[in-house]
Write a new protein. Structure first.
Lengths: 411, 365
């Protein structure tokens, strides 16, 4: 009986490896969509296998890897990053210059272990630049690997300080958590003073805890009144009645939510059913709440958030980006897509400045691009004139928006 | 009876043969044939194999359901990281340091298992499942509250229950190094786990478990599993034997945790959540309760499978789930088993039929 069981397992293993053997050839596709749908990538694989010459033409292209949660609860971020990066890659390729890109997205389910696996998969594929990873906790793990392997890494949205700390080859497009916490406190102190503030944050999350720590520090320094602080963890992220009741009891008139949009959506709807209507203030993790499936966007009316990107911005570049994104992916792009778009353009600029070529090894490219990163200035969707210092942190201006009639508007 | 004994003996050797063969093949392949992605899977696979073996000892041999083995891994991992980081100056040799970390991590996990076992193992019923489930969650929250650092004066530990303290509350001297930063987990750990260490750990654990099962204590444990009342009537100290098996299982899971924790430069406590416990349980159940070789093979395949399925992109986990269901149905369906068994081992048909008859009887019972 056990032998039979063994034989079944072995048979399934053989079958599995056969599948993989077929599947791994798809990665050669020049227009790999980062796995937006399996059908397309399967379709790609057939064309690639049919015309071997096609993949040879991509020989002169730089290989960019992108990592993010494409499935699971944080999928909206990873998908946005891969899609945003793809648009930038397509644009640059369409310019027809010497610099051509090839993009491949890998899924990490927002898990550090899987993220490292995805990273290794991309290196096997021949990745020369890494746009990733999307979320902070996996990003810290991957950044350590990338530092040891000397892979040039620019994360669109891994905002924890630990991502760039002590690593000369890792750069951020987004603000670091402390900067967001500080900017939030500054903004509140300047524009909506006199509020009694409650903070609800997730204390098993680097991102949330990091922002909260600096927010608290800055709020104290600016003389803001923090009347209540409530915490929750991954496992208790389904019910916030305790925190909300306590915040209400403490007389909070503004609730600061340095958290992602899924728990935030629950908080908003629970507060609504309680009849509690404070001012809501979020950070970039709140971005995405309007496109969340099944969420009543009227609950998010009046929510303020700090986000570097607004799809309703008037400038031509943003409008083109939004139009292309809508056309290709049928969705309004969020800040993560814009960050990834900017990340690809940053790589583009760094290649122009350093003069590296696609035939160089990943390590050579990394060493050559690090010194130019502190010299280049990139005009992106998320900010004009982004610059980097040697620590890897970006310098750009924060922007606050408020949700009105289901769209972001500048207050 | 005699043939049974022989086959038992043969079965005892099989896991070693498979593991050693796999190690040799993989070591040869690692010189250029295997890609980075595959190489990076070697150590975690070893960790999960050891953890699954530990859980198999608890669920398969002792017959008590544990839903918190990731908690023991977590204890092992974080104790291991603290040990390794604080000894990095005094023991520069990474192999020795890893060994010391594994021993200390395993001891702490065993201690945790002992503390849980004191009240729970006296009870009958599913209490262990409930308590270990809670244990896993409690450990996760406790570690999230821990801030640990080391400087030349030794370890500094702060318990940050209110969530308002930071690294500066450790009051370390200038050259101090933070090891665990609360929710951020352990960041910047020197990775010292190697595939060789994982392989040795599997062999040692196999040796311990197989000898345990075939020892006087092991037989007593299995007697308790099969018929508690009869075992009690024979004068066995139920709690004592259950405790021995459970603490051993916890300790081994802790050792697996150390290997895991020292394989990544950053780990967070939330990695060792309920899902991880269930994942290990799935390895054990699909490998066969009490079946050591089955556990090893099931763990390897089921752990590596999601990575191998990357070609399916978004449908990866869906395919994985289908594979799980198919394996579950296939291993429980007598007809399917007979069909495949007949296909692959036709000459042993007679034996197989005997085996199935035995299986049927045991099911009826």
């Amino acid at each position: 009986m056990k032998k039979k069981l063994l034989s079944i397992l072995l048979a399934s293993a053989v079958a599995a490896t056969t599948f993989v053997g077929c599947g791994s050839q798809t990665s050669g596709g020049t227009k790999e969509e980062g796995g937006s749908t399996a059908q397309t990538s399967e379709g790609d694989s057939e064309t690639t296998e049919g015309t071997e010459g096609d993949s040879a033409s991509a020989e002169g292209a730089f290989k960019i890897g992108a990592i993010g949660p494409l499935t699971g609860e944080a999928a909206i971020y990873g998908t946005a990053v891969v899609n945003g990066a793809q648009i930038a890659v397509d644009e640059i390729n369409a310019l027809g210059g010497d610099i051509q890109f090839e993009l491949k997205g890998e899924d990490d389910v927002n898990d550090a272990e899987t993220s490292v696996n995805a990273y290794n998969n991309l290196l096997d594929w021949g990745m020369q630049f890494l746009v990733g990873t999307t979320t902070s906790t996996p990003c810290v793990a991957v950044a350590a690997e990338a530092y040891a392997d000397r892979v040039f890494m620019i994360t669109p949205s891994g905002s924890s300080v630990a991502v760039v700390e002590g690593k000369d080859n890792v750069f951020q497009v987004c603000f670091t958590d402390p900067n967001q916490g500080k900017a939030s406190a500054d903004y509140i102190a300047e524009n909506i003073p006199g509020e009694k503030i409650a903070v609800i944050y997730k204390n098993d999350d680097v991102y949330s805890q990091g922002i909260r720590d600096v927010f608290k520090e800055e709020a104290d320094a600016k003389g803001l009144e923090v009347v209540y602080e409530g915490t929750f963890t991954t496992d208790t992220a389904t019910d916030f009645s305790v925190q909300l009741t306590a915040a209400q009891a403490a007389g909070a008139t503004l609730i600061f939510l340095p958290i992602y949009y899924q728990p935030a959506s629950i908080i908003l709807s629970q507060a609504d059913s309680m009849g509690y209507e404070p001012t809501w203030f979020g950070v970039d993790g709140m971005d995405g709440i309007l496109t969340m499936p099944g969420f009543d966007t009227s609950l998010a009316e009046g929510v303020m958030l700090l986000t570097p990107f607004s799809a309703d911005a008037e400038d031509e570049r943003t409008q083109n980006f939004v139009a292309t994104y809508k056309e290709q992916y049928g969705d309004t792009p969020n800040q993560f897509a814009a960050d990834a778009y900017d990340a690809v353009y940053t790589i583009y600029e760094s290649i122009k400045a350093s003069g590296v070529t696609p035939d160089m090894s990943t390590e050579e490219i990394c060493e050559a691009t690090i010194p130019v990163m502190t010299q280049i200035t990139v005009d992106g969707l998320t900010s004009e004139g982004m610059t980097w210092d040697a620590s890897g942190e970006v310098s750009k201006s924060p922007r606050a928006v408020v949700i009105k009639d289901g769209v972001y508007v500048t207050p | 009876m005699l043939t049974n004994k022989n086959s038992l003996r043969r079965k005892g050797a099989m896991p070693y043969i498979v593991v050693v063969a796999a190690f040799i093949v993989l070591s040869i392949l690692s010189n250029g044939v295997l890609g980075r992605a595959h190489m990076a899977l070697l150590v975690p696979t070893c960790c999960y194999i050891v953890a699954a073996l530990a859980l198999n000892l608890c669920v398969g041999v002792l017959g008590e359901l544990s839903l918190g083995h990731a908690g023991f891994m977590s204890v092992g991992a974080f104790v291991g990281v603290i040990t390794s980081e604080s000894l990095s100056a005094s023991i520069p040799n990474t192999g020795v340091r890893l060994f010391v970390a594994i021993i200390i991590g395993a001891l702490f996990a065993a201690l945790a298992g002992f503390l849980i076992g004191i009240p729970v193992l006296r009870l009958r019923g599913d209490y262990l499942a409930i308590v270990t489930l809670a244990f896993g969650e409690i450990i996760k929250d406790l570690i999230t509250c821990l801030i640990v650092g080391v400087d030349e004066n030794g370890l500094h530990i702060v318990f940050n229950a209110t969530g308002t303290m930071g690294v500066e509350d450790l009051h370390m001297t200038e050259g101090g190094k933070t090891i665990i930063q609360g929710a951020q987990g352990a960041v910047g750990t020197q990775t010292i786990s190697t595939f060789l260490a994982g392989f040795i750990m599997i062999i040692v654990v196999l040796f311990i478990i197989q000898n345990f099962i075939n020892s006087r204590t092991g037989r007593a444990v299995m007697a308790i599993r099969d018929d508690r009342i009869a075992a009690e009537a024979s004068g066995l100290n139920i709690t004592k034997y259950k405790m021995i098996a459970f603490v051993l299982s916890a300790g081994i899971a802790g050792a697996a945790g150390v290997l895991y924790g020292l394989n990544y430069s950053s780990i967070v406590a939330s990695k060792f959540n309920f899902n991880t416990s269930i994942l290990i349980l799935v390895f054990v159940v699909l490998g066969g309760l009490g079946n050591i070789l089955g556990t090893i093979i099931a763990t390897t395949i089921l752990y590596v499978l999601p990575e191998m399925l990357r070609a399916f992109s978004d449908y990866r986990m869906l395919v994985y789930a289908i594979v799980l269901i198919v394996v579950m149905i296939a291993t429980n369906n007598k007809k399917v088993r007979q069909f495949i068994g007949g296909l692959l081992v036709r000459k042993k048909k007679k034996n197989a039929e005997g085996g199935d008859a035995y299986w049927l009887i045991s099911r009826i019972k």
